[in-house]
Write a protein that binds this ligand. Sequence first.
Ligand SMILES: Nc1ncnc2c1ncn2[C@@H]1O[C@H](COP(=O)(O)OP(=O)(O)OP(=O)(O)O)[C@@H](O)[C@H]1O
Ligand SMILES: [Mg+2]
Length: 224
Amino acid sequence: MIHMSNLMMRYKTGKVALSGINMDIPQGSFVYLIGESGAGKSTLMKMMYGGIRPTSGQLEVQGTKVRDASEHQIRELRQRTGIIFQGNRLLNSRTIFENVALPLRVQGWDAERLLPRVKKVLSFVGLEDRLWSYPETLSGGEQQRVAIARAMLSNPSLILADEPTGNLDDDTARHVLDLLMALNKLGTTIIMATHDLHLLTSHPGLVVQLRQGALVTGQQHEKV
Ligand SMILES: Nc1ncnc2c1ncn2[C@@H]1O[C@H](COP(=O)(O)OP(=O)(O)OP(=O)(O)O)[C@@H](O)[C@H]1O
Ligand SMILES: [Mg+2]
């Protein structure tokens, strides 16, 4: 599913955010990406959907070589990837329906075709009755569940979730994690950046730790 060899990312500022990353992530994994603030978690996640490209080394995601891929190939990669951003980013002026529908709207789906699909993913996260609500009328946990529904809309084989439980209380965070685990059981590979290590006790997964842009080795990190 994901292959990295000697992966390096240097931002235009000169900051080396990642270096010497070697790792393989098999299909169907549930991976927790951990590490202190600034360790490079979001940088690695952005690279995995082609939002930024590696400076050197190799990153292959779902068969796409991210460094050398054409714009067209990156667009295709994104269509096969569900993304939950750090700080959820719902559009406040749009209904829940429109927010969830967005990834397929940009692919040209019309409302008639979208409605049953959006209803289906919203019912998966238990929010089908909020179809015509606006984001600001939902709690933080509900908004995060909407973000999950949106990420699963096009039935991606990979979901990248950057701090999906940030700012949520423990019970709500567990509920959000239950949903991601349920998707994983259905075969979706999940990679989740998190600071909430205590969630691992109730929701075990493979742990990949970054420190100052490098993998912390010594555990089962190289082959997860
Ligand atoms: N666009 C950018 N330009 C320059 N430097 C950046 C950019 N984005 C991130 N960085 C730097 O790269 C390093 C890694 O940042 P990144 O956002 O990947 O960390 P993180 O592990 O996600 O942290 P957090 O837990 O706070 O979200 C940091 O030192 C950060 O300042
Ligand atoms: Mg981050």
